[in-house]
Design a protein around this ligand. Structure first.
Ligand code: SAH
Ligand code: SF4
Ligand code: F3S
Length: 469
C-alpha cells in the first residue's frame, strides 16, 4: 500500500513543503501510461497536484526514452532548460524511465543538479525516495526490476477516469532484436494475471471509460494465468475481457510478427468490439536485414499474417514501424522495404534512422551506412508511407464512422476530436458534453494525417455501455 500524505506529515516535518509536480513524458505508450500512474501515485502519497508548467512545480519528473540516441540527447537539453526556468529557486528534479534505467548514476555526473534517478520497473518507490531527498539525502537511485511489487502498489491506487483507458497486460521483452534496448531497460517479459487485468478493466469501465487499450512492449507474447492456473494467450484474454466485462471498444499495442497465432486472427473476425487495428512492426522488407536484426521471421511469413488478418476483418487498419540504414543494409535491401510498403499499403507507419545503442548486439557492428544515405532513405520511405496514409484517409470520405470523442480541439472553439475504430483522428463540430461518448460522424474530408467530418441530426451518439443499434 502507498503511505498517504497524512501519514507522512510527521516524517517530513521541518523539510521543504512539496505541493506540485510536473511530469514530462518522452517515448512510447508505456511511458505515457507510466507518467499517468506516477501522477496518481504522488497525488496519493504526497498530495501533489499536477501542473502544466515545469517552472511552477516543486518536483519535476522527466520520464525518458532510450530507444534512439536523439531521444536521449533531448533529455539532457531538457534538463538544462528546466533548470534555467527555475532561475535558481530550489526544486526537486527526478529522471525516470528507460534512460534512468540504462544510465543510472551516470546522469548525476552529467547533470549533478538531478536529485533522483529511477527506472520503469521501480517508480512505485518514488514516494520513499522523495522523502529521503526532503530529509537531506542526495543523489538517490533505484534501478531494480521490481515489476511484481510495482503492480501490487499500483493496484491499490484509485482508478482515474480516462476515456481511453490504458491497461498494462505485459511488460518487458525477451526477444532481444539486435538493435533494441528495450529488453535492457524494461527487463524480461512479465505477464500480469487475468484476474488483475479483468479487475482493472472493470474499474475503468465503471468509471466511464469508452475504450480499453491493452498495453505491452510485445503484447501478443502475453501469457498470463487465470485463477485456475490456466495460461491465457492474448486472444483468450481478449475473449475473456469482451465476454466478462462487456467492453464496447478494445484495442491492443504493440505486436511482434513472431508471436502471432491463428486465434488472434480469429478474434478479429469474431468480435466487433475488438477495434480493427493492428500495429505489427516489420522494421525492414528484406529477409537479409530481418535475419541480421534477429527478428525471427521472413517477409513471406509476415505477408501471410497480413493477408489472413485482412481476410478475417476486411476493414482492419495495418500499421508498422521501420528502421532504415541498419548495418549492412544495401540499396537492394532498402528497395525491398519500399516494395513491401507498396504491397501492404499501410494505413500508418513510423520510420526511423538506425541509431546504435550501447549494450545491444548490433552495437558491435560497424554503423556503416552514412548519415546522408540514412536520411535520404528515410525521406524516400516516408514519401511512400505518407502517400498510402493519405490515400486511405481520402477513401473514408462519404462514410459514417463511429468516433469516440476524446476531447475538445484546443485550436478551434466548438470543435471536437476523437478516433475511429481504425485509430484515425477525426475533427468535427459538436458540444463539449459529447466528450467521452461515441458519435456517428460523416467523413467530409481526408487530410494527410487526419479526417474532418460532421454529425447530422439523424446520426446517433452513444454513451459508454449503450449498444450500437
Ligand atoms: N516493441 C515494439 C517496438 C519497441 S521500440 C516492437 O517490437 O515492435 C519502437 C520502435 O523504435 C521499433 O519498432 C523500432 O522501429 C524503433 N527502434 C528501436 N530501436 C531502434 C534503434 N536502435 N534505432 C532506430 N530505431 C529503433
Ligand atoms: Fe525491442 Fe524487438 Fe522487443 Fe520490440 S520485440 S521491444 S523491437 S527487442
Ligand atoms: Fe523508449 Fe523505453 Fe518505451 S526505450 S520506446 S520509453 S520502453
Amino acid at each position: 500500500m502507498v503511505k498517504s500524505a497524512d501519514e507522512r506529515v510527521d516524517l517530513l516535518q521541518g523539510g521543504p513543503t512539496l505541493k506540485t509536480v510536473h511530469v514530462k513524458t518522452f517515448g512510447c505508450q508505456m511511458n505515457v501510461h507510466d507518467s499517468q500512474r506516477i501522477q496518481e501515485l504522488l497525488a496519493t502519497s504526497h498530495g501533489l497536484r499536477s501542473v502544466e508548467r515545469p517552472e511552477e512545480a516543486d518536483l519535476v519528473v522527466l520520464n525518458t526514452c532510450h530507444v534512439r540516441e536523439k531521444a536521449e540527447e533531448k533529455l539532457f537539453s531538457e534538463l538544462g532548460r528546466i533548470r534555467k526556468m527555475h532561475k535558481g529557486s530550489s526544486f526537486i528534479m527526478a529522471v525516470g524511465g528507460c534512460v534512468g534505467q540504462a544510465e543510472g548514476t551516470h546522469i548525476f555526473r552529467r547533470a549533478p543538479y538531478v536529485d533522483i534517478v529511477f527506472g520503469p520497473q521501480n517508480f512505485q518507490r518514488l514516494p520513499e525516495l522523495l522523502d529521503r531527498i526532503v530529509q537531506g539525502e542526495k543523489h538517490l537511485t533505484d534501478s531494480d526490476f521490481a515489476v511484481e511489487e510495482k503492480f501490487e502498489i499500483l493496484d491499490s491506487l484509485p482508478t482515474a477516469t480516462e476515456i481511453v483507458a490504458p491497461v498494462t497486460v505485459q511488460e518487458g521483452c525477451d526477444r532481444f532484436c539486435t538493435f533494441c534496448v528495450v529488453p535492457h531497460t524494461r527487463g524480461r517479459e512479465f505477464s500480469r494475471s487475468v484476474e488483475e487485468i479483468t479487475k482493472e478493466v472493470e474499474n475503468h469501465l465503471s468509471s466511464g471509460a469508452g475504450e480499453i487499450l491493452l498495453l505491452g512492449q510485445n503484447v501478443n507474447a502475453y501469457h498470463g494465468l487465470d485463477q485456475d492456473g490456466v495460461t491465457h494467450d492474448l486472444a483468450l484474454l481478449i475473449r475473456r475481457l469482451i465476454t466478462l466485462s462487456g467492453v464496447d471498444r478494445l484495442r491492443f499495442v504493440t505486436s511482434h510478427p513472431v508471436d502471432m497465432n491463428d486465434d488472434l486472427v480469429e478474434v478479429f473476425g469474431e468480435f466487433e468490439q475488438l477495434c480493427p487495428y493492428m500495429h505489427l512492426p516489420v522494421q525492414s522488407g528484406s529477409d537479409a536485414t530481418l535475419t541480421a536484426m534477429k527478428r525471427g521471421h521472413t517477409i513471406d511469413a509476415y505477408l501471410t499474417w497480413i493477408d489472413r488478418l485482412r481476410a478475417a476483418r476486411p476493414d482492419i487498419a495495418i500499421a508498422s514501424d521501420f528502421i532504415v540504414g541498419f548495418p549492412g543494409e544495401t540499396e537492394d535491401d532498402f528497395q525491398r522495404t519500399l516494395e513491401l510498403v507498396h504491397r501492404v499499403q499501410y494505413d500508418h507507419a513510423y520510420s526511423f534512422k538506425y541509431s546504435p545503442r550501447s549494450g545491444t548486439e548490433a552495437a558491435a557492428l560497424a554503423d556503416d551506412i552514412p548519415e546522408e544515405v540514412k536520411a535520404e532513405r528515410l525521406s524516400r520511405l516516408q514519401e511512400v508511407i505518407n502517400h498510402y496514409q493519405y490515400a486511405h484517409n481520402k477513401k473514408r470520405v462519404g462514410k459514417v464512422e463511429s468516433v469516440l470523442v476524446e476531447g475538445v480541439d484546443k485550436r478551434f472553439k466548438g470543435r471536437l476530436t476523437g478516433r475511429t475504430p481504425t485509430f484515425r483522428s477525426v475533427y468535427f463540430d459538436g458540444p463539449e458534453s459529447w466528450v467521452g461518448r461515441r458519435v456517428d460522424v460523416m467523413i467530409t474530408e481526408g487530410k494527410p494525417n487526419s479526417l474532418r467530418g460532421r454529425t447530422a441530426s439523424t446520426l446517433n451518439t452513444f454513451s459508454p455501455g449503450e449498444q450500437f443499434s
